[in-house]
Design a protein around this ligand. Sequence first.
Ligand SMILES: Cc1ncc(COP(=O)(O)O)c(C=O)c1O
Length: 1001
Amino acid sequence: MNQPQVSNYPTPGQIEALVLEHYGLAGSLQALVGEVDLNYQLSTVRGDYLLKISRPGADRTHLEFLNDLHAYLSTSLPAAETPQVIPTLQGSSMMDFELNPDQTCIARLYSWLPGRLWSSVRPHPSKLLEELGAKAGAISTALAAFEHAAAHRDMHWDIAQAAWTEGMLNHFSGEQRQVLDFFQNEFQNIQPEYLQLRKQVVHNDVNDNNVLVDFVDDLPTLSGIIDFGDAIFTQLINDLAITIAYGIMGQDDIGHAAGQIVTGYHQQCPMTREEINLLYPLIAMRLVISVCKAAENRRLEPENAYLQISETHAWTVLEQLRSLDSEAFTYGLLDACGFLADTQSRAAEAIEACSLLALFPQGMFKAIQVLDLGLESRLMTPNVLAGDHTVFDASIQKMKDDASETLFAGRHLEIRPAYSMEIDERIGPKGRECRAVHLGLDLWVDPETAVLAPRSCRILEINRSDENSSLLLDLQSAASVYLLISGLEPASLGVDVGDMIETGTFLGNVGQKEPGESFGGPLNLQILKHPFQVIKNIPTRIYPSERALWKKLTWMPQQLFQELDIPVVKHHTLFDLINTRRKHLGKSLSISYDEPLYMLRGMGVYLIDAEGQRYLDTVNNVAHVGHEHPRVVAAGQRQMGLLNTNTRYVHHKITELAAALLETFPEPLSVVHFVNSGSEANELALRMARAATGQKDIIAIERGYHGNTQACIDISSYKFDGKGGQGCPEHTHIVPLPDAFRGRYQGPECGDRYAEHVLEQIAKIQDLGGEPAAFICESIISCGGQIELPQGYLNRAFESVRQAGGVCISDEVQVGCGRVGSHFWGFQIHDVVPDIVTIGKPLGNGHPLAAVICTGDVAEAFANGMEYFNTFGGNPVSCAIGLEVLDVIREENLQQHALEVGNYLKKGLKELQTKHSIIADVRGQGLFLGFELTDAEKKPLTRKAGYLANRMRDLGILMSTDGKDNNVLKIKPPMVFSRENADALLMRLDQVCSETLMQDD
Ligand SMILES: Cc1ncc(COP(=O)(O)O)c(C=O)c1O
């Protein structure tokens, strides 16, 4: 604990005695952090208090000022939100005590506010940021009329008095020096306006160690703001700047975070446009003070770490501020206060129209065609999403060749999935987001095409870069309209800044776009409502969370270019879809996550939602070789165009697939029946077992799931023992989940003990006069919580069942097709050969294709004369897809890949386990892994598991929970999941496991 280093202070015991004497409070003290005062938490039977002891020689006038301020605040703010002064038994607001004859200390006692320090809480969601702004704003409003002579004082931490930091600059070098110089300069530039701003007494130190956060129903809420020791009479805006400077620490999207704080502050303490306009340099200036103070303190008090507490974070935020576009940042803050008008909806006539075709030499283009490059565009094929520019460029070129007089244009504010696949990502307000939104009307025009002024205008700005230049034209319309043209060849520019030019004036030629450079058109037009000063900072791609702002900063292209006929794309909202789904679909369907997802595209290990957000999928073992694998898609499309019919006609695809599948199985598994789902496969397997044995009774595993048909539900304790279940049916016999970690027998040697329960159930069946028809088991039990079967278990269970005349069914619906890495089928890990194997999910890579593979004997017994007809099972399209999936697994070496990446990930998870004790067990094989959250007594941490899955979704990673107590996180991604994906997963798991709600009990 860092306390200011002062010698001669009384011991905690002595202080406790003083407190008892002067306040009548008996309690114990615990030291807290502090910069100036010695701070203690005093715990008494009446509750907690904050005791502050000033250093010897403290300015009594200042302390009186603080007491007056508290007294003033308590008349207008709820007592629970700011500390209340507790008087001594004599009614005094301070307690003096002598350290020695020459030194007196002053102690003050305050009410204790509950909560944790903001700096120790992670994460800080949008609503909490807004609450922070609101609480800080409410304090400023409460202090608006507070006057005090002592509030007018000299202070290094006052932004208005930040000039001293200039003298510190030579303590810095390199990039740090550049950042400081930049903000000093910005601060200088705003002085004339800044000095005019209104002043009042403000808190002046709403930093991350002076803000308290409480948790209500697992939601963080702001419980109070403390420590008014830095209160001062200064520009009101400084207080907001300070609140932002610390509130945005740790945020990826500081623009949004600042906007939330401003929204809250402005609601409680209305700001002016002029004040908001100056926030950017003022926020930075507070951080400049912070890093300069830290440098100074390092020299003066190297031991006091508290004095440097915010330094690293301050540098990070300074760098973040430096690298963003300050104009867009400020517009975002103005928007947060409602200062930006939304003119999108205004009639197009509001701005004076001009012709898009007039941008090019007369007659060059006669028509315009607007392209769809959005999430469901036919141009965005799996190959294009995989980054294949050649395919994309060739499609566009073909369209151009087919219609040479047509100008092809792309939409402004369109979400482009091809952008989603690129690495540009950050954690935004709603979680992880990709820079997927295109800004501007992009045009596919050949290099060297002349671009002309569409009407008389003034050249406001020119940005000349090496390859690509842009011009900002002031179209001098009644409403502000600025046309930014990007993509011009730098050497060709025919105009200069300040030129007033006529319609048709040559501006420049379209530049050369490198092949594969971008999925946007070479020439881009943005129609802005505001004259940006630094046009090189205006992006052509933004994050989805920035869309609302940019809608306000730009005109829609059709508002300026009226010949543009942009088809309206029907956008479904999540809200509407959920409502319609509720209305029209069965209520037993569930939706994942607290905040449901609306997915529109799949690509490899990723899914892309309707906002263009890309999610790393660690859940979907159905998309085995990757979502929308181009080869699998093409195989299905090709066969769909040729023939799709049932198995009553002979077709080579079904026999080819049967042969290819059987190659992966050991003898005597030699006969295949194709079906459409895992449920159907298990249903058929049960019929076969019953046909082969003439018996009805099935032995199944506790918490097992085998499908949704009646016969499958009857053997799935996951269902019949779960919500809405009717309990175990007559002919089902459940054996305990062989969970070596938390089950009734534990440790690596428990296989035999669990297997004895199979024998026990056989005996029970025999007692009732029957014999077992079958024993059904997954090779790694999925719904049970990724339970690896203990050694020897399957072997012994199979042996017992066979001895009683039953058959053994291996349900490989989840784990099959190479997923376990070491083998192609999960049962092979246990060195057994089942009589029947059921497979499903991975075989069709998302297409409904499943199969039952059995021994010749079982097949013979089943073929008793009754035809087995399945309308869709084994149709040529499904079989073409299945064949392609098997080929891809082999050619892309995915089984070996699953082994290597799975081992790598498992090792990483075990390392995380050493850091986060709630990760109690890590298990699984290949890319079928899981980890279980429990406390030290192995009690399941179900809520934390749910929190983890939901937070991971926010961070762009899809995970699911399962197990008896829903406390196991399952990892079973598409098999193309890479080491980089594993690193991303581990990094985010580490982050979330470190969050506040994962740590507390
Ligand atoms: C182990 C197991 N078997 C069978 C099934 C049923 O498969 P389907 O949903 O394709 O009918 C499932 C589905 O989750 C499963 O996990």
